[in-house]
Structures are given as structure tokens and as C-alpha cells.
Design a protein around this ligand. Structure first.
Ligand SMILES: *[C@@H]1O[C@H](CO)[C@@H](O)[C@H](O)[C@H]1NC(C)=O
Ligand SMILES: *[C@@H]1O[C@H](CO)[C@@H](O)[C@H](O)[C@H]1NC(C)=O
Ligand SMILES: *[C@@H]1O[C@H](CO)[C@@H](O)[C@H](O)[C@H]1NC(C)=O
Ligand SMILES: *[C@@H]1O[C@H](CO)[C@@H](O)[C@H](O)[C@H]1NC(C)=O
Ligand SMILES: *[C@@H]1O[C@H](CO)[C@@H](O)[C@H](O)[C@H]1NC(C)=O
Ligand SMILES: *[C@@H]1O[C@H](CO)[C@@H](O)[C@H](O)[C@H]1NC(C)=O
Ligand SMILES: *[C@@H]1O[C@H](CO)[C@@H](O)[C@H](O)[C@H]1NC(C)=O
Ligand SMILES: *[C@@H]1O[C@H](CO)[C@@H](O)[C@H](O)[C@H]1NC(C)=O
Ligand SMILES: *[C@@H]1O[C@H](CO)[C@@H](O)[C@H](O)[C@H]1NC(C)=O
Ligand SMILES: *[C@@H]1O[C@H](CO)[C@@H](O)[C@H](O)[C@H]1NC(C)=O
Ligand SMILES: *[C@@H]1O[C@H](CO)[C@@H](O)[C@H](O)[C@H]1NC(C)=O
Ligand SMILES: *[C@@H]1O[C@H](CO)[C@@H](O)[C@H](O)[C@H]1NC(C)=O
Length: 416
């Protein structure tokens, strides 16, 4: 449960960074009164068939989506309240509601898509209008309150996935505006995400993009088959990835920190090579390969592979380089670099490391052996020494100048 919350928080963070999902406001009215109102961002991912394969289409619910007055309704005897948003040529997203007097919930989620729309479904081998329904959508709230979920939540509907974020909605409304009292979803209660500050008005609720800051330092180990640690690593990791953003419709360069709590480590140790695999959620896998030269008794980081499948990507991102020569250390020692280092893997991907210490071979008793520091750290250690020496020199010069001055003035007195 904790993990899923944290993952949700992470996904929001990504949405926040990519920032560009559109917020849509939808209202169902009857006479002069509003009965359903929703402010939300939605992104729909649909798998469809081409003549010889399957493809995935990603469709954000556009700003231009409007409420379909014909099928939407505030509910009558035998008919549940229903909000239907239509967009593009024959696509629609519907939410129907039910209540038991004290709570209301989304009873079903309907998605309709038109495979003839070649701009969204290129090369589809069908031109059908497909309708899929899901009746288990865990969206519910106390009556006379607004359901709020800033975190993103994904619902499977047939072969499609609908991801909502920045959602505020209410059905069976007592007034014409969203109730000020909110029922906050579990994911928001768990995450530290601040709620959007504006209420009622149309919000572009995604927080402003912020650089992620220095990543937290994680401790990762790889164990032998007999359960003893054979590779140790402590480091903060930051991915610097360029890819084509679905939401921004252009190539973006993003800095993404690895969160140690959400990252699991695995790998393997062999005589001449050791592998560390870090996995964050189901979307990010980072693989390190260390090689040992048994002639020179030196090891180095020889390979890095990244697989990322973030919600904003048109296709999974994959980058690998197996002829690297970073983090060079001596067998029986650990390698340490406190300063930030940038490990360029391919032009579209580099890895920034912070406060790093690794030992990929000959680990005994689960502890790092004596560390060999990187050149940058050694240089940085020189700075205080140089400054100290310079200060000492300055003090000496002042002292000498004072003594000379005193001697001169002494001499002066004598001549008078
Ligand atoms: C809607 O509002 C108008 C004017 O504000 C009023 O004349 C009309 O009776 C109202 N209709 C309903 C169904 O309340
Ligand atoms: C794609 O084709 C397979 C095999 O014919 C079929 O089972 C599936 O329902 C099709 N998917 C869609 C989205 O039409
Ligand atoms: C579409 O392609 C799938 C396989 O990808 C095939 O099973 C299906 O029969 C095709 N449908 C049509 C209408 O051609
Ligand atoms: C089938 O897929 C290949 C690529 O995998 C593509 O080159 C070819 O044009 C496709 N055939 C048809 C009939 O679309
Ligand atoms: C979903 O809700 C709509 C509106 O209430 C209703 O017409 C439809 O039959 C429902 N579908 C299912 C599968 O419950
Ligand atoms: C589906 O899309 C096609 C092409 O854009 C359009 O001609 C057709 O009217 C659409 N169907 C529906 C039901 O809107
Ligand atoms: C309505 O449903 C909620 C959640 O299932 C339940 O806790 C509550 O007791 C129900 N209220 C009534 C009046 O049935
Ligand atoms: C909800 O608000 C309406 C209008 O203010 C009120 O009549 C109704 O009793 C309230 N329902 C609950 C369950 O508090
Ligand atoms: C565990 O296995 C490694 C090599 O696979 C060996 O060097 C080490 O002695 C073993 N430790 C124990 C406690 O058996
Ligand atoms: C993406 O950008 C290209 C060129 O900048 C433009 O032609 C295209 O219409 C854009 N697509 C969307 C969905 O905005
Ligand atoms: C990570 O774990 C630490 C200690 O277990 C905890 O204090 C912290 O809140 C966790 N952070 C997140 C984002 O879960
Ligand atoms: C191992 O190190 C020795 C001595 O530095 C060097 O000559 C040799 O090419 C290295 N072997 C490999 C596989 O890198």
C-alpha cells in the first residue's frame, strides 16, 4: 500500500515536471442548476490492431472536450446521473454515478473511441466505434462534499487505460458550485503533494515544474547465492534523459532522481564481472556492469543500461553502452567519490552520481574496504590546505611588516 502511494506521488511528480496535461472543466445541468461538475485531467492509452501487429495510442482528454447534452443527465427514476464528455470525431468518456444517501460513487466508467480517426489510430485495420465499460472504479465520496484526487490514478477499461489526475468532482450537488468540503482520496492523504490552491475556477492545477534537487543517497547490495553480500553501493542517482514528450509534443530533457525507498536492487557476481540492477516501480530499470582485469587487479564500471517507460513517453526509452571506463578502482578496495560526477552513457542519456561509494568485488563481512577517492575529491580536499597555507602566509607577512615597522619607528624616536 505504502509503495503504491509513493508510486502515485512519483507519477504526480512526473506529471508536475511535464506539466502540460490539460485541465478540463465539465458540467451537467438541469434547468438552472448544476448536478455534476468535474475538473480533471485525463490521459487515455488505447491498444488497437493494425493489419499485422498491435499498437498503443495515447490520447489526452483535450481542452475542447464538451459535455454531450444528449446522453448526459442528472438522473431520473431508473436512470443514473451520467456525465459524458465528447471530443474529436466520435470519442467519448463517460462517468455514471450512484448513491446510497450518505455516499456517492462512480458506478461505471465508459470509454468510446472511433478507430476511423487516423490521426489518433494510424493504420488501424478496423473503422469501428468501440465502446468499453468498467464498473469497478474506486471513486467515492461523502454526499455534499467534493471528491478530490490530485494524485493520478489509472483505471483499466477493456483494452484501454484511463489515467485521471488533478481531479475534483461532485455529483448530486447541493448548489451550483463544488462543495468547499472535500473528500480526499487515499493517494493524496499518503502523499505530501499540496492541493491546488485555486478552487472553483478553471485550474491548471499541475504545480510549476521544479528541478528535482540533489537525489537522496541509497544503499544497494547484491547477494551471493549463499546470502552474503558480494557487491556494495551507496549513492545518490539522477537520470538526465532526452526524449520526445507526448504532452509537450517536443523533445524534452528531464532530470529525474531515483528515490531509494522505491528502488529495489538485484544483480549477480561472477569472478570477472558483477552486475547491479536497480528497479524503480515498473517504469525504470538501471543496470550497472563492473569488470575486473585480473592481470592488473583493477576494476571499472564498463556498462550502463537504462530502460524507462514513463507515462509521458511515446515509446519506451532504452539506452545502453557497454564500453565505458568509469569508477576505476583497485581490487580489494572500494571506490569513493563524494563530488558530483557525470557519467555520459549515450548522447540522450547521462547519469549524475552524488556521494558515491562502490565495491563490486571481494566484499568481505558486508563492509566497504578502504576507499580510494576520485581525483575531484582529492582536489577539493586540497582547497582548504591551500587556503590555510595562504592565510598562514598572510599572517606571517603582516607580522613581519609590523616588526619592521616597530623597529623603524623605534629608530625614529632615537634620532629625535
Ligand atoms: C431559471 O432562471 C430564470 C431567470 O433567472 C427563471 O426565470 C427560471 O424560472 C429559472 N428556471 C428554473 C427551472 O428554475
Ligand atoms: C486485435 O486482434 C485480436 C486477434 O484477432 C483480437 O482478439 C482483439 O480483440 C483485437 N483487439 C482490438 C482492440 O480490436
Ligand atoms: C485486424 O488484425 C488482427 C491481427 O492483428 C486480426 O486478428 C483481425 O482479424 C483484423 N481485423 C480486421 C477487421 O481485419
Ligand atoms: C507489416 O509490418 C511490417 C513491419 O513490421 C511493415 O513493414 C509492413 O508494411 C506491414 N505490412 C502491412 C500489410 O501493413
Ligand atoms: C454504465 O452507466 C450508464 C449510465 O448510467 C448506463 O447506461 C450503462 O448501462 C452502464 N453500464 C454498465 C455496464 O453498467
Ligand atoms: C469516426 O471518424 C470518422 C473519420 O474521422 C468520421 O467520419 C465518423 O463520423 C466518426 N464516427 C462517429 C460515430 O463519430
Ligand atoms: C453507504 O455506503 C457506505 C460505503 O459502502 C456505507 O459505509 C454506508 O453505511 C452506506 N450508507 C447507507 C445509508 O446505506
Ligand atoms: C446535502 O445538502 C442539502 C442542501 O444543503 C441538504 O438538503 C441535504 O440534507 C444534505 N445531505 C446530507 C446527507 O447532509
Ligand atoms: C559464499 O559464497 C562465496 C562464493 O560464492 C564464498 O567465497 C564464500 O566463502 C561463501 N560464504 C559462506 C559463508 O559460505
Ligand atoms: C506536434 O507538433 C507538430 C509540429 O510542431 C505539429 O505539426 C503537430 O500538429 C503537433 N501535434 C499535436 C498533437 O499538437
Ligand atoms: C523513506 O524511508 C524513510 C525511512 O524508512 C522514511 O522516513 C521516509 O518517509 C520514506 N520516504 C518516502 C517518500 O516514503
Ligand atoms: C588488463 O591490464 C593489463 C595491464 O594494465 C593490460 O595490458 C590488459 O590489456 C588489460 N586487459 C584487459 C582485458 O583490459
Amino acid at each position: 500500500m505504502k509503495l503504491s502511494h509513493a508510486l502515485a506521488a512519483l507519477i504526480i511528480a512526473w506529471f508536475a515536471v511535464f506539466g502540460c496535461i490539460q485541465a478540463v472543466t465539465l458540467e451537467v445541468n438541469e434547468g438552472n442548476s448544476t448536478c455534476i461538475k468535474a475538473e480533471l485531467s485525463a490521459s487515455i492509452s488505447i491498444t488497437y490492431n493494425t493489419s499485422n501487429s498491435t499498437r498503443k495510442a495515447q490520447v489526452p482528454l483535450p481542452n475542447s472536450a464538451t459535455v454531450d447534452k444528449g446522453s448526459s443527465s442528472c438522473g431520473t427514476v431508473g436512470r443514473a446521473p451520467w456525465l459524458v464528455a465528447v471530443f474529436g470525431p466520435g470519442h467519448a468518456l463517460g462517468l455514471s454515478f450512484s448513491t446510497n444517501g450518505s455516499m456517492y460513487s462512480v458506478a461505471n466508467l465508459t470509454l468510446q473511441y472511433n478507430l476511423s480517426d487516423a490521426s489518433v489510430f494510424p493504420e488501424a485495420n478496423s473503422s469501428d466505434v468501440v465502446t468499453v465499460v468498467s464498473s469497478s472504479v474506486g471513486i467515492w465520496a461523502t454526499i455534499n462534499t467534493t471528491y478530490r484526487c490530485v494524485s493520478s490514478a489509472t483505471f483499466g477499461v477493456g483494452g484501454a487505460n484511463v489515467t485521471f489526475s488533478n481531479m475534483r468532482l461532485e455529483a448530486y450537488m447541493p448548489g451550483n458550485d463544488l462543495s468547499p468540503t472535500e473528500s480526499v482520496c487515499m493517494a493524496d492523504q499518503a502523499s505530501t503533494t499540496a492541493p491546488p490552491t485555486t478552487a472553483g475556477t478553471t485550474t491548471t492545477a499541475a504545480p510549476a515544474p521544479t528541478p528535482p534537487g540533489t537525489p537522496e543517497r541509497g544503499t544497494y547490495t547484491v547477494n551471493n547465492s549463499n546470502g552474503t553480500a558480494c557487491l556494495l553501493a551507496q549513492m545518490g542517482l539522477q537520470l538526465n534523459v532526452s526524449y520526445f514528450s507526448l504532452f509537450q509534443n517536443k523533445t524534452v530533457q528531464e532530470l529525474v532522481n531515483l528515490t531509494p525507498n522505491l528502488t529495489t536492487s538485484s544483480g549477480s557476481c561472477e569472478a570477472r564481472s558483477a552486475t547491479l540492477v536497480l528497479t524503480q516501480g515498473r517504469t525504470t530499470t538501471l543496470n550497472f556492469t563492473f569488470s575486473l582485469n585480473s592481470t592488473s587487479n583493477k576494476y571499472h564500471l564498463s556498462g550502463i543500461t537504462l530502460l524507462a517507460n514513463w507515462s509521458d513517453m511515446t515509446a519506451p526509452f532504452s539506452a545502453s553502452n557497454t564500453s565505458l571506463n568509469y569508477l576505476r578502482g583497485t581490487l580489494g578496495r572500494s571506490y569513493m567519490c563524494n563530488a558530483e560526477q557525470t557519467l555520459v552513457v549515450v548522447p540522450a542519456f547521462s547519469l549524475n552520481t552524488f556521494r558515491l561509494q562502490v565495491q563490486p568485488f571481494e566484499v568481505t563481512t558486508n563492509q566497504f574496504a578502504t576507499a580510494e577517492e576520485c581525483q575531484v575529491d582529492q582536489d577539493q580536499m586540497l582547497i582548504p590546505i591551500i587556503v590555510g597555507a595562504a592565510l598562514a602566509g598572510l599572517v606571517l607577512i603582516v607580522l613581519i611588516a609590523y616588526l619592521i615597522g616597530r623597529k623603524r619607528s623605534h629608530a625614529g624616536y632615537q634620532t629625535i
